[in-house]
Design a protein around this ligand. Structure first.
Ligand SMILES: [Zn+2]
Length: 389
């Protein structure tokens, strides 16, 4: 075997060992050898390297069936920190996480003008603030991941954000110019789906759909445990699937797009028109729903009905194991699941069973930011630098 092959195998083994420590810690070297089928000498040298790199530490002793008690290995989740950013149409959520996705610090800020010129300095300022909260660690900030509500291509260029009108924004370069760490930009629904796959409701699903419902509607698609991004990276723009071909004209140029009927924005707009143009917040709408206000309940049921129609199309397209809904309105008023479920039940083929698993997001507002941070953590642990021999 030549030297290059040997080095490759060493790196592969190191990834396997680190992966198993993360999954099973605290774990002894003997158990690691059993799990990985690598011999004791390999385990010993690999764990020594990981300890040198501050990714693994030794603690006390574990249980032993007799003789000397083994030293246990633990993953050092505080070896570095990742930043995840969710850049919405009127808000930015920035979180700091440890290497296991645990949220250490979180910052939320709203803005009225979504134009890039206004939002640009806010993004830099919030990331700077959050990174200043990172405790001292061997690797510091290992990366910044950001999810954007719009079209992001495979080169991570933000081509267009329909609701805030950004065009051809090189957010990746902007962040790389300001921060000395790797940066990754993706669509917010892709990032949210990834977060749910790693830490939330899609954890045990091989094929799952994440639906982000806010001002618009976007999908993150998990196929065979991986994100499906499409040829150019624009998969999941199902908010612009036409559900009424003669319907209202959409910003995208199409008619009767799903998000014109089933987004939170549509719900609030309808309610606003019914309630003599009164400003309507989530808190106000939720209060009316709890008080059984007829008009609000009717609008909520209509929102659920339109969601159910689009979700039926999604179920017929993907036949997923589960669908996760991410929406502040739904999370605050889970009763709307009844209209969603009954619409789907009345429309979907009776042969489709699994696909009726509809969940409310477990990660809620953190889904996109957490998914974005996780992209960076995965890249870091896969060894884009620190695992080199
Ligand atoms: Zn549209």
């Amino acid at each position: 075997m030549n030297t290059a092959d040997q080095a490759f195998i060493k790196i592969q083994n190191q990834r396997v060992v680190l992966n198993e420590i993360i999954k099973h810690y605290p774990v002894s070297r003997a158990k690691l050898s059993k799990i990985t089928q690598l011999n004791k000498a390999t385990i010993s040298s690999q764990t020594a390297t990981l300890i040198d790199k501050n990714l693994v530490t030794e603690i006390g002793t574990g249980l032993s069936s007799g003789g000397r008690k083994p030293v246990m290995l633990v993953f050092n989740k505080n070896a570095g920190y990742a930043i995840g950013v969710d850049i919405g149409v009127n808000y930015i959520l920035t979180i700091l996480t440890d290497l296991e996705g645990g949220i250490v610090y979180s910052d939320y800020c709203e803005f009225a003008d979504p134009s890039f010129e206004v939002v640009k300095p806010i993004i830099i300022e919030r990331i700077r603030l959050v990174s200043s909260k990172a405790p001292d660690s061997p690797y510091g900030i290992i990366g910044i991941g950001a999810g954007v509500h719009g079209f992001v291509n495979r080169k991570q260029m933000v081509l267009f954000t329909p609701n805030s009108k950004w065009r051809n924004v090189d957010l990746k370069k902007l962040l790389e110019d300001h921060f000395d760490c790797p940066v990754l930009i993706d669509n917010e629904a892709n990032a949210g789906a990834y977060g749910e796959k790693l830490f939330g409701s899609l954890k045990n699903c091989h094929n799952g759909i994440y639906v982000s419902i806010g001002i618009g509607i976007g999908l993150g698609i998990i196929v065979n445990d991986a994100l499906y991004r499409g040829t150019e990276g624009f998969s999941g723009e199902m908010g612009h699937m036409s559900i009424d071909f003669n319907g209202k004209l959409c910003r995208c140029g199409n008619h009767g797009c799903w998000e014109l009927y089933a987004s939170e924005h549509a719900f609030y707009e309808n309610l606003y028109n019914l309630k003599s143009k009164e400003d309507i917040t989530l808190e106000k709408a939720s209060k009316w729903i709890q008080e059984n206000d007829n008009e609000t309940i009717e609008q909520l049921e209509l929102f659920g009905y339109y969601l159910g129609i689009g979700l039926t199309n999604i179920i017929n397209t993907f036949n997923p194991e589960a669908i996760v809904l991410r929406s502040n309105l739904i999370e605050a008023n889970p009763i709307v699941l009844n209209s969603i479920q009954s619409t789907i039940a009345s429309r979907v083929s009776r042969f489709v069973h699994q696909s009726r698993q509809i969940y409310i997001s477990q990660l809620n507002r953190n889904a996109t930011a957490l998914g974005s941070a996780s992209f960076m953590i995965q890249d870091f642990l896969k060894g884009t630098g620190q695992l080199k021999m």
